[in-house]
Design a protein around this ligand. Structure first.
Ligand SMILES: Cc1ncc(COP(=O)(O)O)c(C=O)c1O
Length: 379
């Protein structure tokens, strides 16, 4: 997906000249790499939030085809979307469910994370007629979902009733990207303690998983049977180990030049007139704005790719459009494709570099890509 070889977008089915290009072969190769880095442990691939903006069903099916153990989503709706899209492998609903939602989850063969002490008795009653597999979430230090170690003791009688359905136990690292692994090790010890307490009560989850992408890359794996990466599957990472592993970014965001004009020195561009042309130049307007997920604060900061070179985004990014400055002599015409997010991890407009520029994380940029952007998938 080098921007020197982009096809024009003119025949876009919805007439909107903006698309995300998703390379599913890269997703499959990233799965292989992360699984190898995790010592061959089985992978629950995290595809929540529309597969981090990449497109839930095609990504899920590609991962399934590449041998993923199962897929993790955040809600019942996301799980059902995958089943309706033909996904057959195990699907784990990370966010937990109220007891009323269990019959629908059971009917679709979903696996559910048990995220707190509420409703345990009701769960046992409902599961008797609507069986499904449970993964017991333990709050080992993330401070979000999960049974606290201090709650575990009093929940053991009800958990014993649920034991036939408990397939897994899971935790979630709060600081897997931190070079200081002290807190991560503490979470590990809490996890071990909880598992020992469960074992004493006769509850032996066959699966145990605590590692997100960064924990896989940093080998914070211990006795886990499974891992639960998301970001790395999309070729992105928060830590240097991701690059060393050769992860390949799977997504490029491409927009067509909608209008191009030559302007004299002193012309101002966009809301607030934050850019003033220092000399005569060309201004290209692209059909992508903050409503699509291209952040407003990238205006006057980011670059876009065009025929192997980069050009600055000038002026404020508006709802549906952004503007790019090119030298007067640069051949550019309406319909020419430009790359807003590059799938070359080393380029200045890669998702990781743009996230750094904004002081945020790559997840935020990809998850924000609006569903109105068409997605084109390469097998
Ligand atoms: C419970 C849980 N597990 C795993 C993941 C995957 O994390 P990452 O994308 O950092 O690999 C997430 C992501 O938010 C999560 O919430």
């Amino acid at each position: 997906m080098n921007d020197q070889h982009l096809e024009p977008l003119r025949h876009h089915p919805e007439g909107r000249a903006l698309r995300a290009e998703v390379d599913l072969a890269r997703v499959a190769r990233n799965l292989d790499r992360i699984q190898a880095a995790s010592g061959g442990r089985a992978v629950w691939g995290v595809v929540k939030a529309n597969a981090y903006g990449h497109g839930a069903v095609p990504v899920a099916r590609a991962l399934e085809g590449a041998g993923v153990h199962g897929l993790a989503v955040s809600s019942l709706e996301e799980g059902l979307e995958l089943r309706q899209g033909g996904v057959r492998c195990p699907i784990l609903v990370l966010g937990g469910l109220r007891p009323e939602a269990l019959p629908a989850a059971s009917a679709s063969g979903l696996t559910v994370a048990l995220v707190g002490p509420e409703h345990l008795g009701t769960y046992a009653q409902v599961l008797a007629s609507h069986p499904l597999k449970l993964h017991l979430k333990l709050d080992t230090g993330m401070g979000r979902f999960g049974l606290l170690p201090s709650e575990l003791g009093e929940c053991l009688p009800e958990l014993r009733q649920l034991a036939p359905w408990i397939e897994g136990a899971m935790g979630h690292f709060a600081t897997a990207d931190d070079p200081d692994q002290g807190f991560a090790q503490r979470q590990r010890r809490v996890f071990e303690g909880c598992l020992a307490q469960l074992a004493e009560a006769g509850i032996h989850p066959a699966q145990r998983h605590h590692a997100n992408s960064d924990a896989c890359l940093r080998r914070l794996l211990d006795e886990d049977t499974h891992v639960r990466p998301g970001l790395a599957l999309y070729g992105l990472s928060n830590v240097a180990e991701g690059q060393a592993l050769g992860l390949e970014p799977a997504l490029a965001l491409v927009a067509e030049v909608a209008r191009v004009k030559t302007v004299p020195a002193g012309t101002t561009v966009g809301y607030g007139r934050t850019f003033v042309a220092p000399q005569p130049m060309q201004i290209a307007t692209l059909a992508c704005g903050y409503a699509d997920g291209y952040r407003r604060d990238l205006g006057n900061r980011a670059v876009v790719g065009f025929r192997g070179r980069t050009f600055p985004v000038v002026g404020r990014v508006s709802m549906d459009y952004l503007t790019v400055a090119l030298p007067q002599a640069e051949p550019v015409a309406p319909g020419d494709p430009m790359t807003l997010f590059s799938s070359d991890g080393g380029s200045p407009h890669s998702i990781e570099r743009l996230a750094q520029l904004l002081g945020t994380i790559p997840y935020e940029l990809t998850c924000a890509l609006h569903r109105r952007i068409s997605r084109r998938f390469f097998p």
